[in-house]
Design a protein around this ligand. Structure first.
Ligand code: CP
Length: 342
């Protein structure tokens, strides 16, 4: 695809070569994201960050990624702090904010809303999650993490065995990830969810058309023993009609140290897009796994900065200039960034 000046709305925009191009640029971002070097390649540029749903990782890591490239960030969070609360349309908001910014990141609870916004925007818009629909930058960072974790084990993305666990109906991260996996070869996909929270049929069909083996089940213990990646998800309670509806599924699938040692291959990588719900009633991914070297969740979150830096650099067409005038950092940076388990 043509990255320069494009909106990034859906993973459907990508072919495998595009993913590989993004990952190659993400690799180049490592010294900057890991605070060994500074680049000012986006000096003077402004990111308009518009998050109308709660977010920690996506909002802050998009912002950090832009700052790490030398740009500035202007934020709106929540409808209540935006003129949308006074009845302003997405069209008008997009026309106005795109005059103030060089690029925009946006999260909104309605599927399709980011497309509507992008259609009115005068600058590129990157989708930070639109309802239960898509979360393309999360899928890219998930796949980038899978690549790095499997590389550490002598493998790649083709032929992986992956279990996706939990709310596969409303979980936008797994929707986007499955579509991206369809660009790769011979993947064993295990979809573990209650029947009411199954992966949408069209996404299952896309994976089967790609030649992948797809198994749908609600029996976690019986199937988890033979996977490379166990990808847990949170119940998307905000997408249910009522709290009571969501409560019926809360805590249905729990990964913890005991379960992992009983049922998983000891090399299984544990992933989760985060936030994990650590309340006792849910606790889909227990804190007692925090010291397991195969727990990749924080490496996954760190990788988000590299991938989002890559997207900004490609869409704003500065990849060739990243290393111009770069220099070392002045402050103590420590050694906070973990490598994948060997
Ligand atoms: N993974 C993810 O989208 O996290 P946030 O909701 O914190 O952005």
């Amino acid at each position: 695809m043509q990255f320069a000046g494009s909106h990034i709305i859906s993973v459907d925009q990508f072919e495998r070569a595009d993913i590989e191009a993004i990952f190659a640029v993400a690799d180049r971002m490592e010294p900057y994201a890991h605070r060994r070097k500074i680049t000012r390649v986006l000096d003077g540029a402004i990111l308009g960050s518009m998050f109308f749903e709660p977010s920690t990782r996506t909002r802050v890591s998009f912002g950090c990624a832009f700052n790490l490239l030398g740009g500035h960030v202007r934020e709106t969070t929540g409808f209540e702090h935006s003129a949308i609360a006074k009845g302003e349309s997405l069209y008008d908001t997009a026309r106005v904010i795109s005059g103030y910014s060089d690029i925009i990141t946006m999260r909104h609870p309605e599927p399709g809303s980011v497309t509507e916004f992008a259609n009115a925007s005068r600058v590129p818009v990157l989708n930070g999650g639109d309802g239960s629909n898509e979360h393309p930058s999360q899928a890219l960072l998930d796949l980038y993490t899978i690549k790095l974790e499997m590389q550490g084990r002598g493998g790649g993305i083709d032929r992986i065995r992956i279990a996706l666990i939990g709310d596969l109906r409303f979980g936008r991260t797994v929707h986007s990830l499955c579509k991206l996996l369809s660009l790769y070869r011979d993947i064993d996909v295990l979809l573990i969810s209650p029947p009411e929270l199954k992966m949408p049929g069209e996404i299952v069909a896309t994976m089967r058309e790609a030649g992948h083996s797809v198994t749908e089940t609600e029996n976690l213990a019986a199937h988890i023993g033979n996977v490379d990646i166990a990808y847990s998800t949170r119940l998307q309670e905000e997408r249910f009609g009522s709290q009571e509806d969501a409560d019926r599924y809360r805590g249905r699938f729990r990964l913890n140290h005991h379960f992992y040692t009983q049922h998983c291959d000891p090399n299984t990588v544990i992933m989760h897009p985060l936030p994990r719900d650590s309340r006792a009633v849910a606790n889909e991914l227990d804190n007692d796994l925090n010291d397991n070297p195969n727990l990749a969740i924080f490496r996954q979150a760190d990788n988000g900065v590299l991938v989002r830096m890559a997207l900004f650099a490609m869409v704003l067409e500065v990849v060739d200039q990243i290393d111009n005038d770069s220099r070392g950092v002045n402050w103590y940076t420590g050694s906070r960034f973990q490598k994948p388990a060997p």
